[in-house]
Design a protein around this ligand. Structure first.
Ligand SMILES: [Zn+2]
Length: 142
């Protein structure tokens, strides 16, 4: 596996199990994203993995038309976007095709085909990642 920081690996392990957890700073309470070794707000290294409310708002969306990964090449265009998580941070996520900027979204976590932890955003009313054909392929691979 490509080099992953300890924090990124810890996130990937949780994401693989479908757990949406972010590190929370024991000192100031801020949630961290992306996974890191110290708090960006107060520099404490006391960060604890904490389940978050899997909700947010889609701030901006874009579509990838060029990629190096074979997975994406065969699935262009691929939508990604920035989500303001209810717990505070802004995170990148893979997007369900039916989302528009400003939409309330539901967040799920999974590991992609390379074992990288990723966040995906679905319509707030969506039941599961399995309901979205593209995200199902991203998250549910052998
Ligand atoms: Zn802090």
């Amino acid at each position: 596996m490509a080099e992953m920081s300890a924090a990124a690996s810890a996130f990937a392990e949780r994401a693989k199990e479908g757990r949406v957890e972010l590190q929370r700073c024991d000192e100031c309470g801020a949630f961290a994203w992306p996974p890191r070794d110290i708090c960006a707000r107060c520099w404490s290294d006391q960060l604890t993995w904490t389940p978050i409310a899997p909700r947010g708002v889609l701030l901006a969306a874009t579509a990838l038309h060029v990629a190096h990964d074979e997975f994406f090449k065969s699935r262009m265009p691929w939508r990604i976007g920035t989500i303001r998580l209810e717990s505070g941070p802004i995170a990148y996520a893979h997007l369900s095709d039916n989302l528009s900027e400003g939409d309330a979204v539901r967040i799920a976590a999974c590991a992609d085909w390379k074992g990288r932890g990723v966040l995906v955003a679905l319509a707030a009313a969506a039941v599961a990642v399995e309901d979205d054909p593209k995200l199902r392929e991203l998250c549910l691979h052998e």
